[in-house]
Each structure stands twice: as structure tokens, then as C-alpha cells.
Design a protein around this ligand. Structure first.
Ligand code: NUP
Length: 246
């Protein structure tokens, strides 16, 4: 059993990278997985993990992602399933079981469904299989504030979700890179070993350096890399911007 945090940290120490690649390949469906593998061939040694979303999971299914999974194994990169599981406990657990037994090391879920008959069963399945669960604490899109920033009994919903992430012992949280102050608040609530993975840099406008300075552990980056004509150059530019002073 390998904790997601240890795995990412080990990879990061080796490569100096803070990037989780979101393999969000669009365009012709017949070639999406091939193109995802090809991007991985180019940037695989400059990232710490790969995240898969509907873009390729819906078109190809877990079994169709075998080539991607094998490439990840060769590169020592964990695969994260961004399914934002959001259902009753038995359904969440079934989805997780399918993902975990087909090469995924962690799954993202929505804490909104609550613990009993919601997240509990998912966490139990993950624990049984030695895998990870990451909870959505503050999403990166503009409309996120309409939900995650609501007041819930005098507490911001995202802070409540951060507290639950800690209480339930999940592996970490997703927090928007567009809201460094929220990252800072969430960091103050989570246990030290719990991860903050931060999407929204580049295309969505988040500043990678600010997100990391506020307490994010890793950046989730999709289109800036995937849609670039030069994926390696895109990763290098990002890494360089992190090293630049100020
Ligand atoms: O709050 C979130 N924001 C977000 O963008 C939670 C996510 N899981 N994501 C996902 O991260 C999104 O669906 C996409 O797969 C990736 C960001 O991609 P990009 O904006 O870098 O292209």
C-alpha cells in the first residue's frame, strides 16, 4: 500500500515537478487515448501524476485506458480518476472498486453527499484496497462561489468541507488556484499530511506560484499542456515561472 502523498512527494523530489497532468484530450474520439499516451511520452518525466476525466474515460472506459495505465506504470506515475463521485454510498463504492481494480490509485469525490451512506462507503472501499480519496473543497470555476462559498450555520461551506476532509481522514482536497486566500484557509484546517491539489492555472486564470505559496501541494494542469503544440515547452515554462523570483 502506497499513500498518494508519499508517491507524489517521491516523484516530485526526483523530477522537481509540481504538476499533475490532466489528460483532457479532445477531438476525434478514436485517437484520444493514443494522443494522451503520446503527450505522456513527452512530458512523463516532468510531472508527478496523471489525472483522467470524462474526456477519455467516457469514450474508452477503464479497459480502454490500459495503454495509458501501462505507460503510467512504466513512468512510476499514479493515475487519479476525476469522477467527482457524488452518489449514494454503495454506488460510490462500486465506481471506486472498478476504478481501483483497473489501475487508478485515487478518486475525486464530492463531500456534498455527506458521510452516512455517501462518503463513508467510498472511504471504506479505498481503505480496503489501499487507494486514495480526494474531496472537492473549493472548485475553480467562476460559479463555484454560488455553492462552495455559501454560509452553512455560520460557517463557509468550503471550510466545513475542509473540516470534514480532516475528520473523515481523506487523502486531501481540491482547492482552486484562483483563490489563494481560500487555499490558505483550507491549509489551516487540514492535517499536515493531507494534500491540497489545485486546478485552474493557465486557461482558467489561476497563478501557479500564488497557489503553491498559499499552501497548495500540487497543481492540476490540463489545456495549457494538452492543447499546446509543444507540451514539453509548456511544462518547462510553467516550472520556470515557479522558480522566477517575485
Ligand atoms: O475545481 C475544479 N476545477 C477543475 O478545473 C476541479 C477539477 N477537477 N477541475 C478539473 O481539472 C477539470 O475538470 C479539468 O480536468 C482540470 C483542469 O483543466 P485545465 O483548466 O487546466 O484545462
Amino acid at each position: 500500500v502506497r499513500l498518494l502523498r508519499d508517491w507524489l512527494d517521491t516523484n516530485s523530489q526526483k523530477s522537481g515537478s509540481k504538476v499533475i497532468l490532466a489528460a483532457d484530450v479532445g477531438g476525434p474520439v478514436e485517437t484520444r487515448v493514443d494522443r494522451a499516451v503520446s503527450i505522456l511520452d513527452q512530458v512523463g518525466e516532468r510531472i508527478v501524476a496523471v489525472k483522467v476525466n470524462w474526456h477519455i474515460l467516457l469514450t474508452d472506459g477503464v479497459r480502454g485506458l490500459r495503454a495509458l495505465k501501462e505507460r503510467c506504470e512504466e513512468l512510476g506515475l499514479p493515475l487519479i480518476a476525476d469522477m467527482k463521485l457524488n452518489d449514494i454510498g454503495t454506488t460510490n463504492a462500486e465506481a471506486a472498486k472498478i476504478l481501483f481494480s483497473n489501475g487508478f490509485e485515487a478518486v475525486i469525490a464530492n463531500p456534498f453527499v455527506g458521510y452516512e451512506d455517501g462518503i463513508r462507503e467510498l472511504l471504506a472501499e479505498a481503505k480496503k484496497m489501499g487507494k486514495g480519496v480526494i474531496l472537492l473543497v473549493y472548485m475553480s470555476h467562476e460559479g463555484a462561489k454560488e455553492g462552495y462559498a455559501l454560509q452553512a450555520d455560520g460557517e463557509k461551506l468550503y471550510l466545513r468541507f475542509a473540516r470534514k476532509t480532516k475528520e473523515w481522514g481523506a487523502d486531501g482536497a481540491i482547492v482552486s488556484s484562483r483563490s489563494p486566500s481560500v487555499i490558505r484557509e483550507v491549509r489551516g484546517v487540514l492535517a499536515a499530511e493531507q494534500l491540497i491539489l489545485s486546478p485552474g492555472v493557465g486557461f482558467q486564470g489561476g497563478e501557479p506560484g500564488e497557489a503553491l505559496a498559499a499552501g497548495a501541494d500540487y497543481l492540476i494542469v490540463g489545456r495549457s499542456i494538452v492543447e499546446s503544440k509543444d507540451p514539453v515547452g509548456a511544462v518547462e515554462r510553467l516550472e520556470r515561472s515557479l522558480r522566477a523570483p517575485g
